[in-house]
Write a protein that binds this ligand. Structure first.
Ligand SMILES: Nc1ncnc2c1ncn2[C@@H]1O[C@H](COP(=O)(O)OP(=O)(O)OP(=O)(O)O)[C@@H](O)[C@H]1O
Ligand SMILES: [Mg+2]
Length: 267
């Protein structure tokens, strides 16, 4: 492959990804031929009605769910299971309750066989990055929802993934914490430039964070529309109030909530 072609290679490529659940008479087409390329360092958000296959697509990308047809390529290689280059963050924080913040963040590093010195250097960096320095020795049960989620983000970052797969990570947070977490995530992303795929039900959040908003449709779950967000980074509070932002948000809103049902012979 020549250098030019190499730089064009998407970070992740969904190619005709189809997922059918169930067997016999009771099959359900959860994802219908999803094709989508995401560039290295891109931040895409995914929105769409409940049940449109967002989590299914992400779980396939994470290697936690198999495809029925099609394939997902990461850096040109087909996904056949989870891998350390893909960090996954779910809505429920999934921290180990018996481990402290630092131990949670170091968990993946321990598995990698790193020395205690290397582990603490890396965990210090990411614990500071998410603003949990004063809570490094705290147990998850003593943290607020936002702090737990920041710990989960630090843990995902620590293993040095080149991609973050985030499934409604801020869904359980109050509005104020959520806005703060969005800014913190963008701040981290602008410094580290990992590829991010971020599922949300919040149209404002989808627009505020993304280079592109991927809108999906339900029954069957499929790609509906891709809406570019041509606002510069860093994104600011003023931008949220701008006319440009409102126009994009309205476009996304319309794409999500005014979808025409598709009649599909296979349903
Ligand atoms: N393991 C499973 N077995 C059977 N059906 C499933 C399974 N997982 C998902 N589905 C079905 O596939 C469809 C897509 O589910 P998915 O969780 O991907 O939707 P979603 O877009 O993430 O929805 P939400 O916004 O509510 O999280 C749903 O109709 C769901 O019932
Ligand atoms: Mg979901």
């Amino acid at each position: 492959m020549n250098a030019e072609a190499d730089t064009m290679q998407p970070k992740i490529s969904f190619q005709d990804v189809t997922r059918i659940f169930g067997e016999g008479e009771k099959t359900f087409l959860a994802l219908d031929r999803l094709s989508l390329d995401i560039a290295d360092g891109e931040f895409v958000t995914v929105v769409g009605p409940s049940g449109c296959g967002k989590s299914t697509a992400m779980n396939i990308a994470a290697g936690l769910t198999e495809v029925s047809q099609g394939r997902v390529l990461v850096d040109g290689e087909a996904v056949h299971g989870p891998g350390p280059e893909r960090g996954v963050i779910f809505q429920q924080y999934a921290l180990f309750p018996w481990l402290t913040v630092r131990q949670n963040v170091e968990f993946g590093l321990r598995i990698k066989g790193m020395t205690a010195g290397e582990r603490s250097r890396i965990s210090d960096h990411f614990i500071n990055l998410v603003g949990l320095r004063d809570f490094a020795d705290a147990l998850p049960k003593t943290l607020s929802g936002g702090m737990k989620q920041r710990c989960a983000i630090a843990r995902a970052y620590a293993v040095n993934p080149t991609m973050l797969l985030m499934d409604e990570p801020f869904g359980a947070l109050d509005a104020l914490t959520r806005v703060h977490m969005q800014d913190q995530l963008l701040d981290t992303w602008s410094r580290e430039r990992r590829t991010v795929i971020f599922i949300t039900h919040d149209v404002d959040e989808a627009v505020y964070l993304a280079n592109r908003v991927i809108v999906m449709a339900a029954r069957p779950g499929r790609l509906h529309e891709i809406i570019p967000v041509e606002l510069p980074y860093p994104r600011t509070e003023e931008m949220r109030l701008s006319r440009e932002f409102a126009e994009i948000r309205n476009r996304v809103w319309h794409a999500v909530y005014h979808q025409k049902p598709q009649i599909d012979a296979r349903q």
